[in-house]
Design a protein around this ligand. Structure first.
Ligand SMILES: NC(=O)c1ccc[n+]([C@@H]2O[C@H](COP(=O)([O-])OP(=O)(O)OC[C@H]3O[C@@H](n4cnc5c(N)ncnc54)[C@H](O)[C@@H]3O)[C@@H](O)[C@H]2O)c1
Ligand SMILES: O=P(O)(O)OC[C@H](O)CO
Length: 351
């Protein structure tokens, strides 16, 4: 990657704008793509994106555009930060303008609702002619509201291709933004997606006043079920003790910046799911991810009791108090379980 690069960031929501700001701080030129002309105008003329990050003044190195062709022209790297529900649409729009030379990174946390595919799988479907093994995923504990204020943050980038992961690391690493690499694409994607379910549960639990012990239980046993499904899907279990696992789980379950935690706490006030989502006005990935994980758990025959109870609360009208009673009253079980086969998909042959 050249010392300063031409980069594209696709979609100017909270996280896309914060990532654009990290890239600009590193001296890169950033084309920030949005489908919304008013937002493009606001970013270019006032250097603001008031709807998503109201207090931030953006670098002049960030130029917004609503032209995908312009955004991707001669881009050394593109970072896609669309909500999971929009990933296929955005990827299909970028495909005609993507060069094989461009490093492709995504920073989205979720599964595709119908197909249950991970985001790199959706990208691989749509980016025909691009080597899917090169795609990089960026994840970890990172609220846009803190990154835009340059508060110390650590994240992880994973790719099957070590060289591409290191290019993404080079591009993004900054004094306040430390970037680690990992070969485990499945683990980093699954950890980042599933923690949002537990964060919804933590918001609900806090909102109902269940207390600190309950939240600690949710985090710990939540991590156990994340690791159980993730490992069955092919992840390295150790990834879940890293930034995309426990790291992201802690920040999302304990921060009032978290959209998922806030949605859970609004549910605890008695609002319906539709009312909560319209009040949030930003993407709350954990809702659709609960549906996806519920189906994946059944497909892989994995026990996910917290996900399952949350699914009943969100979609079947079950009272949260009853969900907690059912969780606490389950049959006795061991804490430590055997995990699947050891993870094989490392970078040993690329050292
Ligand atoms: N906000 C954060 O702090 C944060 C941090 C890490 C990861 N993420 C992840 O990043 C992803 C995006 O989250 P966000 O918080 O930036 O969302 P957001 O709600 O702040 O912004 C979403 C943006 O996507 C745009 N969009 C929606 N559908 C689109 C489509 N079909 N075509 C083009 N644009 C479309 C919206 O107009 C909006 O600008 C999510 O998967 C989230 O989990 C967010
Ligand atoms: O605000 P949330 O709950 O969508 O979480 C954002 C990030 O994933 C935190 O790392």
């Amino acid at each position: 990657m050249p010392k300063t690069s031409k980069t594209a960031v696709l979609v100017a929501g909270s996280w896309g704008t914060a990532i654009a700001s990290v890239l600009a701080d590193n001296g890169h030129q950033v084309a920030l793509w949005s489908r919304n002309k008013d937002q493009v105008e606001e970013i270019n003329s006032r250097h603001r994106n008031h709807r998503f990050l109201p207090n931030a003044i953006l670098s002049e190195r960030i130029r917004a555009t609503d032209s995908m062709e312009e955004a991707l022209q001669a881009a050394d790297a593109v970072i896609i930060v669309a909500p999971s529900a929009a990933m296929r649409d955005v990827a299909s729009q970028m495909q005609p303008f993507l060069s094989e030379q461009t490093t492709v990174v995504h920073a989205t946390k979720g599964f595709e609702a119908g197909s249950l595919k991970r985001m790199t799988e959706v990208l691989s479907d749509e980016l025909k002619g691009y080597d899917a093994n090169r795609i990089v995923v960026l994840s970890g504990p990172s609220h846009a509201e803190e990154v835009i204020e340059r508060r110390p943050t650590t994240v992880v980038v994973a790719s099957i291709d070590k060289n591409e992961a290191e290019k993404a690391q080079d591009l993004l690493i900054a004094p306040y933004f430390r970037v680690y690499t990992n070969p485990d694409v499945v683990g980093v994607e699954v950890g980042g997606a599933l923690k949002n379910i537990i964060a919804l549960g933590a918001g609900l639990s806090d909102g109902l006043g269940f207390g600190d012990n309950a939240k600690a239980a949710l985090l710990t046993r939540g991590l156990a079920e994340i690791a159980r499904l993730g490992t069955a899907m092919g992840a390295n279990p150790l990834t879940f003790s890293g930034l995309a696992g426990i790291g992201d789980l802690v920040v999302t379950c304990t921060s009032q910046h978290s959209r998922n935690w806030r949605a859970g706490s609004l549910l605890a006030q008695g609002l319906s799911l539709d009312e909560v989502l319209s009040r949030m006005g930003m993407v709350v990935e954990g809702v659709k991810t609960t549906q996806a994980a519920y189906r994946l758990a059944s497909q892989y025959e994995i026990a996910m009791p917290i996900t399952s109870e949350l699914h009943h609360v969100l979609f079947d009208g079950k009272e949260p108090q009853l969900a907690v009673e059912d969780l606490m009253g389950r049959g006795r079980t061991h804490e430590i379980e055997d995990l699947a086969e050891p993870f094989q998909n490392g970078w040993a042959d690329q050292e």
